[in-house]
Design a binder for this molecule. Structure first.
Ligand SMILES: Nc1ncnc2c1ncn2[C@@H]1O[C@H](COP(=O)(O)OP(=O)(O)OP(=O)(O)O)[C@@H](O)[C@H]1O
Ligand SMILES: [Mg+2]
Length: 264
Protein backbone atom coordinates (compact mmCIF):
# COMPACT_ATOMS: atom_id res chain seq x y z
CA UNK A 1 0.00 0.00 0.00
CA UNK A 2 1.05 3.60 -0.52
CA UNK A 3 1.44 5.84 2.50
CA UNK A 4 1.55 9.02 0.39
CA UNK A 5 0.40 9.80 -3.15
CA UNK A 6 0.83 13.12 -4.96
CA UNK A 7 -1.15 13.44 -8.15
CA UNK A 8 -0.24 16.45 -10.29
CA UNK A 9 0.24 18.36 -7.07
CA UNK A 10 0.64 22.12 -7.33
CA UNK A 11 1.62 23.99 -4.16
CA UNK A 12 2.60 27.62 -4.51
CA UNK A 13 2.79 30.84 -2.57
CA UNK A 14 2.45 34.33 -4.04
CA UNK A 15 5.94 34.53 -5.50
CA UNK A 16 7.07 30.97 -5.34
CA UNK A 17 6.09 27.58 -6.67
CA UNK A 18 7.09 24.85 -4.24
CA UNK A 19 5.71 21.75 -5.96
CA UNK A 20 4.99 22.18 -9.65
CA UNK A 21 2.59 19.43 -10.73
CA UNK A 22 4.47 16.72 -8.84
CA UNK A 23 3.53 13.05 -9.05
CA UNK A 24 4.91 10.59 -6.57
CA UNK A 25 4.08 7.54 -4.51
CA UNK A 26 5.69 6.56 -1.25
CA UNK A 27 5.09 2.99 -0.15
CA UNK A 28 4.31 2.40 3.50
CA UNK A 29 6.91 1.25 6.04
CA UNK A 30 9.65 3.22 4.32
CA UNK A 31 12.26 5.44 5.94
CA UNK A 32 12.51 8.49 3.67
CA UNK A 33 15.12 11.23 3.92
CA UNK A 34 13.61 14.54 2.82
CA UNK A 35 16.38 16.74 1.41
CA UNK A 36 16.74 20.02 -0.44
CA UNK A 37 18.29 23.47 -0.13
CA UNK A 38 16.99 26.07 2.32
CA UNK A 39 13.62 27.18 1.02
CA UNK A 40 13.24 24.22 -1.33
CA UNK A 41 10.01 23.33 0.45
CA UNK A 42 10.74 20.52 2.93
CA UNK A 43 8.69 22.06 5.74
CA UNK A 44 5.97 23.06 3.30
CA UNK A 45 5.74 19.50 2.00
CA UNK A 46 5.37 18.10 5.53
CA UNK A 47 2.70 20.69 6.34
CA UNK A 48 0.94 19.86 3.09
CA UNK A 49 0.67 16.24 4.24
CA UNK A 50 -1.13 17.51 7.35
CA UNK A 51 -3.52 19.59 5.24
CA UNK A 52 -2.06 22.84 6.62
CA UNK A 53 -1.03 24.26 3.23
CA UNK A 54 -3.58 24.99 0.50
CA UNK A 55 -3.32 22.76 -2.56
CA UNK A 56 -3.70 24.85 -5.73
CA UNK A 57 -4.48 21.90 -7.94
CA UNK A 58 -4.00 18.15 -8.05
CA UNK A 59 -4.33 16.04 -4.95
CA UNK A 60 -2.52 14.66 -1.91
CA UNK A 61 -3.56 11.34 -0.44
CA UNK A 62 -2.15 10.36 2.95
CA UNK A 63 -2.80 6.92 4.44
CA UNK A 64 -5.60 6.43 1.93
CA UNK A 65 -7.47 9.68 2.62
CA UNK A 66 -7.22 13.30 1.39
CA UNK A 67 -4.52 15.25 3.29
CA UNK A 68 -5.88 16.90 6.42
CA UNK A 69 -9.06 14.84 6.59
CA UNK A 70 -7.75 12.60 9.35
CA UNK A 71 -4.45 13.37 11.06
CA UNK A 72 -4.95 10.94 13.94
CA UNK A 73 -2.48 8.49 12.48
CA UNK A 74 0.23 11.07 11.78
CA UNK A 75 2.91 12.06 14.29
CA UNK A 76 4.63 15.39 13.65
CA UNK A 77 7.69 17.07 15.13
CA UNK A 78 7.82 20.58 13.64
CA UNK A 79 11.04 22.39 12.76
CA UNK A 80 10.32 25.32 15.07
CA UNK A 81 10.02 24.12 18.59
CA UNK A 82 9.33 26.69 21.23
CA UNK A 83 10.05 24.95 24.48
CA UNK A 84 10.25 28.13 26.57
CA UNK A 85 6.82 27.77 28.14
CA UNK A 86 7.42 24.16 29.00
CA UNK A 87 10.87 24.42 30.59
CA UNK A 88 9.50 23.76 34.08
CA UNK A 89 7.53 20.69 33.07
CA UNK A 90 8.98 17.28 33.76
CA UNK A 91 9.41 14.85 30.86
CA UNK A 92 6.16 13.01 31.54
CA UNK A 93 4.08 16.20 31.70
CA UNK A 94 5.79 17.53 28.58
CA UNK A 95 4.82 14.43 26.60
CA UNK A 96 1.33 14.64 28.12
CA UNK A 97 1.03 18.28 27.01
CA UNK A 98 0.82 17.10 23.41
CA UNK A 99 -2.48 15.34 24.05
CA UNK A 100 -5.44 17.08 22.51
CA UNK A 101 -9.02 16.73 23.54
CA UNK A 102 -9.93 15.46 20.09
CA UNK A 103 -7.61 12.50 20.42
CA UNK A 104 -8.76 11.35 23.80
CA UNK A 105 -12.30 12.63 24.07
CA UNK A 106 -11.43 14.81 27.06
CA UNK A 107 -8.36 16.90 27.82
CA UNK A 108 -8.31 15.20 31.22
CA UNK A 109 -5.71 12.47 31.26
CA UNK A 110 -7.38 9.15 31.86
CA UNK A 111 -5.94 5.73 32.42
CA UNK A 112 -5.59 4.86 28.74
CA UNK A 113 -3.78 8.12 28.03
CA UNK A 114 -1.42 7.57 30.95
CA UNK A 115 -0.59 4.16 29.58
CA UNK A 116 0.00 5.64 26.16
CA UNK A 117 2.38 8.28 27.58
CA UNK A 118 4.30 5.61 29.51
CA UNK A 119 4.50 3.52 26.34
CA UNK A 120 5.78 6.45 24.25
CA UNK A 121 8.45 7.30 26.85
CA UNK A 122 9.49 3.66 27.03
CA UNK A 123 9.61 3.31 23.24
CA UNK A 124 12.08 6.17 22.91
CA UNK A 125 14.09 5.02 25.94
CA UNK A 126 13.17 8.10 27.96
CA UNK A 127 11.60 6.55 31.04
CA UNK A 128 14.36 8.04 33.18
CA UNK A 129 13.41 11.51 31.91
CA UNK A 130 9.80 11.20 33.09
CA UNK A 131 10.37 13.05 36.37
CA UNK A 132 13.20 15.33 35.23
CA UNK A 133 12.41 19.01 34.51
CA UNK A 134 12.81 19.81 30.83
CA UNK A 135 15.31 22.56 31.58
CA UNK A 136 17.63 19.93 32.98
CA UNK A 137 17.65 17.85 29.80
CA UNK A 138 20.17 17.97 26.98
CA UNK A 139 19.32 18.67 23.34
CA UNK A 140 19.46 14.97 22.53
CA UNK A 141 17.19 14.09 25.46
CA UNK A 142 14.67 16.73 24.44
CA UNK A 143 14.71 15.30 20.95
CA UNK A 144 13.67 11.96 22.43
CA UNK A 145 10.82 13.58 24.35
CA UNK A 146 9.62 15.31 21.17
CA UNK A 147 9.67 11.95 19.43
CA UNK A 148 7.69 10.46 22.32
CA UNK A 149 5.08 13.20 21.86
CA UNK A 150 4.83 12.39 18.17
CA UNK A 151 4.32 8.70 18.93
CA UNK A 152 1.20 9.30 21.04
CA UNK A 153 -1.74 7.63 19.39
CA UNK A 154 0.46 5.04 17.65
CA UNK A 155 0.91 6.89 14.33
CA UNK A 156 1.35 5.06 11.03
CA UNK A 157 3.24 8.00 9.56
CA UNK A 158 5.88 10.06 11.33
CA UNK A 159 6.92 13.48 10.00
CA UNK A 160 10.14 14.77 11.53
CA UNK A 161 11.29 18.22 10.44
CA UNK A 162 15.05 18.65 10.89
CA UNK A 163 15.45 16.57 14.04
CA UNK A 164 19.25 16.70 13.73
CA UNK A 165 19.59 20.48 14.00
CA UNK A 166 21.87 21.57 16.85
CA UNK A 167 22.93 18.01 17.68
CA UNK A 168 26.57 16.96 17.50
CA UNK A 169 27.47 14.01 15.23
CA UNK A 170 27.29 11.50 18.09
CA UNK A 171 23.77 12.57 19.11
CA UNK A 172 22.74 12.84 15.47
CA UNK A 173 23.62 9.17 15.08
CA UNK A 174 21.81 8.22 18.25
CA UNK A 175 18.68 10.05 17.08
CA UNK A 176 18.78 8.38 13.67
CA UNK A 177 19.27 4.94 15.23
CA UNK A 178 16.37 5.55 17.59
CA UNK A 179 14.04 6.66 14.80
CA UNK A 180 15.11 3.71 12.66
CA UNK A 181 14.46 1.25 15.50
CA UNK A 182 11.05 2.77 16.22
CA UNK A 183 10.20 2.78 12.50
CA UNK A 184 11.05 -0.89 12.13
CA UNK A 185 9.52 -2.09 15.37
CA UNK A 186 6.25 -0.27 14.77
CA UNK A 187 6.30 -0.88 11.00
CA UNK A 188 5.59 2.75 10.15
CA UNK A 189 6.55 5.25 7.45
CA UNK A 190 8.98 8.02 8.38
CA UNK A 191 9.71 11.26 6.53
CA UNK A 192 12.86 12.71 8.06
CA UNK A 193 14.01 16.08 6.74
CA UNK A 194 17.69 16.89 6.97
CA UNK A 195 20.48 19.05 5.58
CA UNK A 196 22.62 16.30 4.20
CA UNK A 197 22.38 12.65 3.36
CA UNK A 198 25.60 11.42 5.01
CA UNK A 199 24.41 10.83 8.58
CA UNK A 200 21.29 9.11 7.25
CA UNK A 201 22.96 6.85 4.72
CA UNK A 202 22.65 3.60 6.72
CA UNK A 203 19.05 4.26 7.75
CA UNK A 204 17.19 5.37 4.63
CA UNK A 205 15.21 3.24 2.21
CA UNK A 206 14.66 6.14 -0.16
CA UNK A 207 15.46 9.80 -0.64
CA UNK A 208 12.96 12.52 -1.55
CA UNK A 209 14.95 15.48 -2.86
CA UNK A 210 13.24 18.83 -3.55
CA UNK A 211 14.32 21.77 -5.67
CA UNK A 212 13.03 24.16 -8.35
CA UNK A 213 9.45 22.99 -7.85
CA UNK A 214 10.41 19.43 -8.60
CA UNK A 215 10.80 16.30 -6.52
CA UNK A 216 13.01 13.27 -7.10
CA UNK A 217 12.20 10.06 -5.22
CA UNK A 218 14.34 6.93 -5.28
CA UNK A 219 17.31 5.20 -3.72
CA UNK A 220 20.38 7.22 -2.72
CA UNK A 221 22.16 6.01 -5.86
CA UNK A 222 19.24 6.94 -8.10
CA UNK A 223 18.63 10.42 -6.71
CA UNK A 224 21.98 11.74 -5.50
CA UNK A 225 23.58 11.99 -8.90
CA UNK A 226 25.09 14.92 -10.77
CA UNK A 227 22.33 14.74 -13.36
CA UNK A 228 19.35 14.75 -10.96
CA UNK A 229 20.80 17.32 -8.56
CA UNK A 230 21.87 19.70 -11.35
CA UNK A 231 18.21 19.75 -12.35
CA UNK A 232 16.96 20.30 -8.79
CA UNK A 233 19.51 23.01 -7.93
CA UNK A 234 19.32 24.67 -11.34
CA UNK A 235 23.09 24.75 -11.61
CA UNK A 236 25.89 22.34 -12.45
CA UNK A 237 26.33 19.94 -9.53
CA UNK A 238 29.08 17.39 -9.11
CA UNK A 239 28.46 14.43 -6.81
CA UNK A 240 31.65 12.98 -5.38
CA UNK A 241 31.98 9.86 -3.26
CA UNK A 242 34.82 9.29 -0.86
CA UNK A 243 35.13 6.56 1.78
CA UNK A 244 31.39 5.97 1.91
CA UNK A 245 30.54 9.67 2.16
CA UNK A 246 28.85 11.78 -0.49
CA UNK A 247 29.89 15.33 -1.32
CA UNK A 248 27.46 17.46 -3.30
CA UNK A 249 29.55 20.16 -4.95
CA UNK A 250 28.75 23.28 -6.95
CA UNK A 251 32.16 24.31 -8.25
CA UNK A 252 34.46 24.31 -5.22
CA UNK A 253 31.65 24.67 -2.64
CA UNK A 254 29.90 21.87 -0.86
CA UNK A 255 26.23 22.63 -1.50
CA UNK A 256 24.49 20.72 1.28
CA UNK A 257 26.85 22.16 3.91
CA UNK A 258 26.94 25.66 2.46
CA UNK A 259 23.19 25.95 2.00
CA UNK A 260 22.48 25.26 5.65
CA UNK A 261 25.49 26.62 7.49
CA UNK A 262 23.47 29.47 9.04
CA UNK A 263 21.13 26.99 10.71
CA UNK A 264 23.77 25.25 12.76
N1 LIG B 1 2.77 30.39 4.48
C1 LIG B 1 3.66 30.83 3.60
N2 LIG B 1 3.40 31.90 2.84
C2 LIG B 1 4.27 32.35 1.90
N3 LIG B 1 5.48 31.76 1.67
C3 LIG B 1 5.79 30.68 2.40
C4 LIG B 1 4.92 30.15 3.39
N4 LIG B 1 5.50 29.07 3.95
C5 LIG B 1 6.70 28.93 3.33
N5 LIG B 1 6.87 29.89 2.39
C6 LIG B 1 8.03 30.04 1.50
O1 LIG B 1 8.13 28.82 0.79
C7 LIG B 1 9.50 28.49 0.58
C8 LIG B 1 9.76 27.10 1.14
O2 LIG B 1 9.82 27.18 2.54
P1 LIG B 1 10.06 25.92 3.47
O3 LIG B 1 10.05 26.42 4.87
O4 LIG B 1 9.10 24.87 3.11
O5 LIG B 1 11.53 25.47 3.02
P2 LIG B 1 12.51 24.40 3.67
O6 LIG B 1 12.97 23.51 2.59
O7 LIG B 1 11.85 23.78 4.84
O8 LIG B 1 13.72 25.33 4.14
P3 LIG B 1 14.72 25.18 5.41
O9 LIG B 1 15.79 24.21 5.01
O10 LIG B 1 15.27 26.56 5.58
O11 LIG B 1 13.91 24.75 6.60
C9 LIG B 1 10.30 29.59 1.24
O12 LIG B 1 10.66 30.50 0.24
C10 LIG B 1 9.33 30.19 2.22
O13 LIG B 1 9.61 31.55 2.46
MG1 LIG C 1 12.23 23.72 6.84
Amino acid sequence: MNAIVFDQLLVSFAHRTILDHVNLQIRDQQFIALLGANGAGKTTLLRTLLGLVPVRSGSVTVLGAPAGSDNRHIGYVPQTRNLLNTARLCGWDFVASALHGDRWGLPRIGKAARKEIDWALDTVGATELARRPLMETSGGERQRLLLAQALLGHPKLLLLDEPLISLDPHHQNKTIQLVKTVQQELGITVLFSAHEINPLMGAVDQVLYLGKGQAALGSVDEVITSEVLSRLYGTQIEVLRHQGRIFVMAGASEVEKMEHSHDA
